[in-house]
Design a protein around this ligand. Structure first.
Ligand code: NAI
Length: 298
């Protein structure tokens, strides 16, 4: 089969000055996408900035014969989000793909967690995706085409020590993605999320000498690029990816227990039935989930 291409598609990739975002940018640009390489260029904890990070990736893309433009705005403010989308409009006239990838870490066990550690993490991951996607989504609806990929994390989906701030923001992106999928359906705007695993500056402390040499960030980009492609049918879905393995993560619901006069003792006595995973359902959206109540409400 023919190779997949993105000729003329305009892609915004946030936090693309290094790590995973840089790999997404290199792959999409190598297949003909016109790429906005956004990066504030700060440290892993979000402090500082360096305009050179985005520019260096643009230089790399151009040296390989691709087309890209740098943007050094922060995703963490509404003005930054608008500016990033405006960079795409000014350079290429439209935006077809948004990859919400920018991220920072401020880990701390919950008993030591403070608003100073929580707020910036929410601002970059969750609000950042909101700030960039909002102006882009308006244009995607108008043009009847869009692909949005947000970077979630197993830390939020499954839980990980010391990351209540990060985990909550990352799981928030799952809700963001699922609602966008519902709202974008009518205008051919698809939204999906990934939970990656890769050796980058963000994870080198825990992965170096461990699984670091097996988890090249390059191995995350193929699923991101597929979710960004016009042929991809998926929307509202979550994919785990790392080290060459790709799998789907889904949210399921047991068939449960029903009693029109449910009591506290019912919940105690029927616990095994409530939690029995045989025949679980995988609702695609909220109306789908309501369908699980319907047989009991006749
Ligand atoms: P990274 O630190 O190399 O990349 C993050 C990039 O975001 C950096 O280049 C940084 O300058 C940029 N950035 C930070 N704040 C920004 C802001 N306000 N505006 C614009 N750019 C900003 O780390 P990595 O691993 O490539 O992370 C990419 C994404 O993947 C992040 O969202 C991270 O949380 C997520 N992730 C990574 C995992 C891994 O195993 N590496 C695991 C799960 C999620």
């Amino acid at each position: 089969m023919a190779e997949l291409g993105y000729d003329g598609r305009v892609a915004i990739i946030t936090g693309a000055g290094g790590g995973l975002g840089r790999e997404h940018a290199l792959l999409l640009a190598s297949r003909g996408a016109l790429v906005v390489v956004n990066d504030l260029g700060g440290a892993v904890d979000g402090t500082g900035s360096d305009k050179g990070a985005a520019e260096r990736v643009v230089d790399e893309i151009k040296a390989l014969g691709g087309e890209a433009v740098a943007d050094t705005s922060s995703v963490a403010t509404p003005e930054g989000g608008e500016a990033i989308v405006q960079t795409a409009i000014d350079a290429y006239g439209k935006v077809d793909i948004v990859i919400n990838n920018a991220g920072i870490l401020r880990d701390k066990a919950f008993h030591n967690m403070t608003p100073d550690l929580m707020n910036p993490v929410f601002d970059v991951h969750l609000k950042g995706a909101f700030h960039v996607t909002r102006p882009a989504f308006a244009r995607m609806r108008e043009q009847g085409y869009g692909r949005i990929i947000s970077t979630s994390s197993g830390a939020g989906i499954f839980g990980n020590f010391g990351q209540t701030n990060y985990g909550a923001a990352k799981m928030g992106l799952v809700g963001f993605t699922r609602v966008l999928a519902v709202e974008g359906a009518r205008n051919n705007v698809k939204a999906n999320a990934i939970a990656p695993l890769a050796m980058t500056r963000m994870t080198e402390n825990i992965m170096a000498g461990n699984i670091g040499d097996k988890t090249d960030p390059k191995l995350v980009s193929p699923i991101v690029a597929w979710l960004a492609h016009e042929d991809c049918p998926a929307t509202g879905r979550i994919f785990s990816v790392g080290g060459g393995r790709v799998a789907e993560i889904f949210i399921a619901e047991t068939q449960g227990f029903f009693n029109a006069e449910l009591s506290l003792e019912d919940v105690r006595d029927q616990w095994d039935t409530i939690c029995n995973r045989d025949g679980y359902a995988v609702p695609a959206n909220m109306p789908d989930e309501l369908g699980l109540f319907a047989p009991h409400f006749k």
